[in-house]
Design a protein around this ligand. Structure first.
Ligand SMILES: [Zn+2]
Length: 501
């Protein structure tokens, strides 16, 4: 058996060995039989095997032929996805897109039961009926019933839905109850600092958390603490070093002070407690006191966001990678050993392969040398380009977004009963066709450079735009070690991708 996270790539992984003969019978032989395809959806507590078996049996009995020229050898499938939730179903989307494009015209879709298609609101199934009918595709469940816009199908859908709703409601209620009672959050993974299920403290991990907390309170930076931990060989349960973001998240977590929060707004005795706020004192052992928790949380809240997006923009960030290990290079500062008149140390900006980001740490080059080299190289590259007589304004992306919005609006209008299902299907089909052709066009049409004038590029004060322009010529550039201290920067130390010049 493959694990649930791995998608089988070929249908041999879905069809049990024992059924290979039945499958061959459906694929080979009399080609004049009515062609069909299968849709399987594996949900929690279900498997592919019984769906395969039932669909094969039905198709054989009904004298059908499995059309392996469409889908994945005649099959569309989704793993472990619940039809009642609004989550991705790539197999279903693939199926619907083939239905709409006419690729399945005249074919039958076979499912084990109706609820493999959808347990969601009836509009999904209604839309399914309209689209399949327009595209001349018929659907059967393995008991031989045609799934179409009729009373039986409607009743079946209502039954499946209410069943899903009851299950969902029961689970939600149980979770809220656990939270209010101060029971530990149900988690499939072991929380750092505790044994599984918060039953006891994991002393080694708790010691790490307490030390890190004390250092933050003493004014140390998270990155400094993370660096020390790495040097001491303290790693996450998966063996990887702690990152700044990991440590920040851990230290902010109220669970270590035995405080229970809930992931949604929750109503307790008529009072709504917003999600993420403390709903109860927990019953599990605590690693921090409440005061200790609130103290460290307040200090960390004052720090800037740890996300790189908000930091200063560096010209070659995201472009340079370490040629030794492939890690994206970080911008940093290094003391040069020289001192200014006032005694302060001179620091030199650099790009380096950073160990705390999983790199080898072996490559570091002066930022000034690299940046002026790339500015000059890109300047000359723009100069070489033919003069653009008319400035091209590419609006393809905007138009794609506009068409997408049109679909969203139509879905909303349909839900509000402002338009009917046929209109929705029309609008959707029309917009999707336009998006498809726009995307094709987008591939052909070269996008204009963010800055297309060489001198404007050189003199621009907008580092972000300069970087985007450089990136268009040199998306990724490797940087090799210099081969000794004090070796001057030379372009030979760079590795350009084959196709970039
Ligand atoms: Zn490296």
């Amino acid at each position: 058996m493959t694990s649930s996270s791995q998608r089988p790539k070929r249908t041999e992984d879905i069809f049990p060995e024992a059924l290979s003969g039945d499958r061959a019978y459906l694929v080979d032989g009399d080609m004049s039989r009515q062609p069909c395809v299968f849709y399987f959806r594996k949900s929690i507590g279900d498997d592919f095997a019984t769906q395969v078996l039932r669909c094969l049996q039905y198709a054989r009995g009904a004298g059908l032929r499995l059309d392996t020229s469409v889908g994945i050898e005649g099959v569309y499938y989704d793993d472990d996805k619940s039809g009642s939730k609004d989550i991705e179903r790539p197999g279903y989307d693939h199926l619907m897109s083939d239905v709409m494009s006419g690729a399945l015209s005249g074919r039958f879709i076979i499912v084990r039961d109706q609820d493999r298609l959808s347990r969601r609101e009836s509009s999904v199934l209604e839309e399914y009926h309209v689209i399949t009918e327009l595209s001349k595709v018929r659907t059967f469940s393995s008991d031989g019933r045609e799934i179409k816009d009729d009373l039986t199908t409607g009743i079946m859908a209502v039954l499946a839905r209410s069943e899903a709703k009851i299950i969902g409601h029961r689970q939600r209620g149980r979770k809220e109850f656990r939270a209010i009672q101060g029971m530990p959050p149900a988690s499939r993974v072991k929380r750092i600092g505790y044994t599984r299920g918060y039953t006891a403290i994991d002393w080694e991990e708790a010691k790490m958390l307490r030390r890190a907390r004390a250092k933050v309170v003493a004014g140390r930076s998270l990155s400094g603490i993370v660096k020390e931990m790495k040097e001491q060989g303290i790693v996450k349960p998966n063996g990887k070093p702690y990152l700044v973001a990991d440590l920040g998240r851990l230290l902010r977590n109220p669970a270590y002070a035995g405080l229970r929060v809930f992931t949604r707004d929750i109503e307790i005795e008529g009072k709504v407690i917003p999600k993420g706020e403390v709903v109860a004192r927990g019953e599990w052992p605590r690693i921090f006191t409440e005061d200790e928790h609130y103290e460290v949380a307040a200090i960390l809240a004052k720090n800037k966001s740890f996300s790189a997006d908000h930091g200063p923009k560096y010209l070659l960030a995201g472009i340079l990678v370490c040629a030794e290990c492939g890690t994206r290079m970080s911008h940093g500062w290094k003391p040069s050993g020289k001192k200014r008149k006032d005694g302060s140390k001179v620091v030199i900006p650099n790009y380096h392969c950073q160990i705390s980001r999983g790199g080898c740490g072996r490559v570091s080059r002066s930022a000034r040398a690299l940046e002026s080299f790339f500015l000059d190289l890109t300047y000359r590259a723009i100069k070489r380009l033919p003069v653009v007589v008319e400035k091209v304004v590419d609006t393809t992306g905007d138009e794609i977004r506009r068409q997408q919005r049109k679909i969203d609006d139509a879905v909303k209008a349909f839900k509000d009963d402002a338009i009917d299902i046929v209109t929705l299907a029309d609008i959707r089909q029309d917009a999707q066709a336009k998006i498809a052709s726009l995307k094709k066009e987008q591939k052909v049409k070269p996008k204009p450079l963010p800055i297309d004038d060489a001198d404007a590029f050189l003199n621009s004060k907008d580092v972000g735009k300069q970087r985007d322009t450089i990136r268009r010529f040199f998306p990724v550039v490797g940087v090799k070690p210099a081969g000794g201290n004090g070796v001057r920067f030379h372009p030979d130390q760079l590795v350009f991708p084959e196709d970039a010049k």
